[in-house]
Every structure is written in C-alpha cells, then in structure tokens.
Design a binder for this molecule. Structure first.
Ligand code: PMP
Length: 428
C-alpha cells in the first residue's frame, strides 16, 4: 500500500473526512487522495516519490508554476521581518496600487484572507449600499461557502431559493434567486418582475466550478445593462479568473466593467488571500469610512502581500498571457485530437489559461444542465488513467484545469502522450 493511503487513514482520525477542503478527498473520482510532499515548476511530487505534471496548481494560484524562485526568495526575505503585525504596512499600499492599476474598474480595494471572505463582504457591501436584500446568482457558480450563496433554485424561476447545505437558514436562502448561467432572458424577466428589490447580481464571468464554461456573447453585457437600469450592483467573482484569463481578468478579456470585483488565488501567489473592490462610491461605504462593517486579523498579511506582489509583477511581463493562452489552446486541441483518434467524444472549453474537458457528444457546453449531463464515469476512468501515467488533473468533473507558465513543450507533449494512452485504455 502507498504512503498516501497510510497518511489518509491517519488523517481521518482527527480531520473530518481526512481533508481540510472536501474536493481533496477524491470522493467524486474514488480511491485515495494523493498526499503531496513538494512541488516545483509544473510538477508535484507525492509522499511516495512519484512525480506528476500538475494541472491543478493549488486550484489556481500557481500561475507561475510551483515554488517560483523569485517568489520564494521574496517571501524568505520578508519572513525575517516578522510574520504579521496587525498594523498597516507599505506592502498593502503597493498591493492595492498594483491591483487597481491592473483592474481599472477597481478604485479602492480591501484585502481579505480567502475568496469566501471576499465574496461574502462584497455581498454585504452591495446590500448595505443599495438598502436591498435580494441577490441573483447562477446555477453551477461557486462563490465560496457563504450562507447567502449556498442556495439552489426553487422549482420555478421566482420561487424561493432553497439552502444547498443544511445549516443555511431557509429565511436567508429565500433572499437568493438562482438562475441558469448564460440565460439572459431569465435575468431580464426577474428584473422586470422584482428589479427594485435586487441588491446585486454575482457571477463567475467565466464559470470554473462546473468545469469551465465561458459566457456566451451578450450574457455579461446583458447583466451590465440590467444592473445599471435597475440600480443593482454587478459583482464579478474573479477569484479564479482574475489575472488568469487575461492580465485584467475576465472583465479585461470581455471588456465589461462590473461595480465590484472579488479576487483571490493568484493575488496571494499561493498564500491565503482574497480581496474585493470596485467603484469608489460603493467602497466608501465600508468601515472605517462608512457604516458597512468588514474586518480581518490577518487581512493584508505581509507574507501574503509579498508573494502576491511578486506574482503580479512577473505576470505583468509583456506577452505573458498570450503565451499561456497559446499553450492552453495547444493542450485542449491536442486532447480533442487524441480523444477522436480513440473514438471518444470529447468537447473542450477554454478561456485564457483555464480549460475544461467534457465527455459528451454535444458540440458546446454552456450551462450547468449540460455540464451535469456529461459522462461522469468516463471522466473518472480518464482521471485515474492519467494519474497512473503521472498527470494530476482536478479530481472532479466539475472543476476547471489550469496551465502555468512552467508548463513547457516537454510537459505538454508528455501530457498528450499520456492522454493518447489513457483514451485508448478507457475506450477499450
Ligand atoms: N469564488 C470562486 C470563483 C472560487 O473558485 C472560489 C474557490 N475555488 C471561491 C470564490 C472561494 O475562495 P476560497 O476557497 O479562497 O474561500
């Protein structure tokens, strides 16, 4: 038996399910999770010494690859000065300046310690600013484990939302309206009916938590138009897409200006971080300037700021995202070709350096219903066939994949070679 197996058994003694975040448990693909020991560049090495080409990248932050020497060096130097002060540092100003320069819709930005805190705070701010309580979200989008956002649709469009987890009060879930992603008509009908009650619309501008589903033309534009017309706040949750699908995130790629943006992952360079920000007029409602309360003991932590700042500096190099996008395209094109050669129907989606694989006959996958209709059993078999061959994909059919700057031709070639064999294996 593997050391991962033993470690997982030991982990279950005192950690619920043996993991500190559920998807890590491999529940949806089966088998023991792989315990990592170290990672460098495009590779992660497990506790048994096996090396994998990693397409998870700590679920998004490692856009430069693991353990980038410049980031490790900057963090090592900062650590000598102390780990946390709970008083302002100049690093926070440099981070805020960098974020607001890269994301022009953001005039002001507040740091948090996770993406969940960022979306939770953006939601409270939107409600406080508008004096309204209802929020619109989309099926299949994940915004962290925020009570108001752990809500699934009721039976009809305007019926009350239902908690998607026990522990979320029904009274709170009733304020959340969950609509179908990429269906702007539904959003328009909802606004027509109760527009004056809607505080905000929150959306992943490229959905990355139901596999990878980019917006159809007109969807984000429509959200912008409807929010403006009805005085609702448009929140882009760019925790995953920020600095990944383009230098300016999804809003840069699709040229839409949200009112508020939630960020995370890449801005922390692998340290625990989130941020939310946007229009000055709205952000000025935040404490200590305004009445909407929000805070954090470790918010703007100097080590996290250092890792994030170095990451933002390196990804701002000219051509960085074009090169990353081209690699991701080569990967998805190559995977489709290999699947076709093995007689396996496969569709792919891509936005910048984010990708999704769908075992389906459909030409396009544009919403949650289509994503869930894909062949999950085939995904499971493919996941394990790739894992065996040293390629670590996200252990769920509903997660996006990530390419990093450290994935070179050698890694892409090796991945495609593994995929050809894996497709042949699962076709047989
Ligand atoms: N929003 C999106 C789009 C995410 O993908 C995630 C996490 N994967 C979150 C919010 C929550 O971030 P965190 O896990 O840091 O709380």
């Amino acid at each position: 038996m593997s050391r991962s197996h033993d470690f997982f058994a030991a982990a279950q003694r005192h950690i619920p399910g043996g993991v500190n975040s559920p998807v890590r448990a491999f529940r949806s693909v089966g088998g023991d999770p792989v315990f990592f020991d170290s990672a460098s560049g495009a590779y992660a090495t497990d506790v048994d010494g096996k090396r994998y080409i990693d397409y998870v990248g700590s679920w998004g932050p490692m856009i430069l690859g693991h353990a980038h020497p410049d980031i490790i060096g900057a963090v090592a130097a900062q650590i000598q000065k102390g780990l946390s002060f709970g008083a302002p540092t100049e690093l926070e100003t440099r981070m805020a300046d960098a974020v607001c320069e890269l994301v022009p819709s953001m005039d002001l930005v507040r740091m948090t310690s996770s993406g969940t805190e960022a979306t939770m705070s953006a939601l409270r701010l939107a409600r406080g600013y508008t004096g309204r309580d209802k929020v619109i979200k989309f099926e299949g989008c994940y915004h962290g484990h925020v009570d108001s956002l752990m809500v699934k649709a009721g039976s009809g469009m305007l019926t009350l939302g239902e908690p998607s987890s026990p522990g979320v009060p029904a009274a709170l879930a009733e304020l959340t309206i969950t609509l179908s992603y990429n269906d702007i008509d539904q959003v328009r009908e909802t606004f027509d009916a109760i527009g004056s009650e809607i505080a905000c619309v929150i959306v992943e501008p490229v959905a990355g938590n139901m596999n990878c589903i980019p917006p159809v033309p007109g969807f984000l534009e429509g959200l912008r138009e409807l929010c403006t017309a009805h005085g609702a706040v448009l929140i882009f949750d760019e925790v995953m897409t920020g600095f990944r699908v383009s230098r300016g995130g999804a809003q840069g790629l699709y040229d839409i200006t949200p009112d508020l943006t939630a960020l995370g992952k890449i801005i922390g360079g692998g340290m625990p971080v989130g941020a939310f920000g946007g229009r000055r007029e709205i952000m000025q409602q935040l404490s200590p300037l305004g009445p909407v309360y929000q805070a954090g003991t470790l918010s703007g932590n100097p080590i996290a700021m250092t890792a994030g700042l170095k990451t933002l500096e390196l990804i701002s190099a000219p051509g960085f995202h074009d090169a990353l996008t081209a690699k991701t395209e080569r990967l998805t094109d190559g995977l489709r070709e290999r699947a076709a050669a093995a007689g396996i129907p496969l569709a792919t989606n891509r936005a910048g350096a984010m990708f999704g694989l769908f075992f389906t006959d459909a030409d396009a996958v544009t919403n949650f219903a289509q994503a869930t209709a894909c062949d999950q059993e085939r995904f499971k078999a493919f996941f394990h066939a790739m894992l065996k061959r040293g390629v670590y994909l996200a252990p769920s059919a509903f997660e996006a994949g990530f390419v990093s700057a450290a994935h070179g031709d050698a890694e892409l070639d090796a991945t495609l070679e593994a995929a050809a064999a894996a497709f042949a294996e699962i076709a047989g």
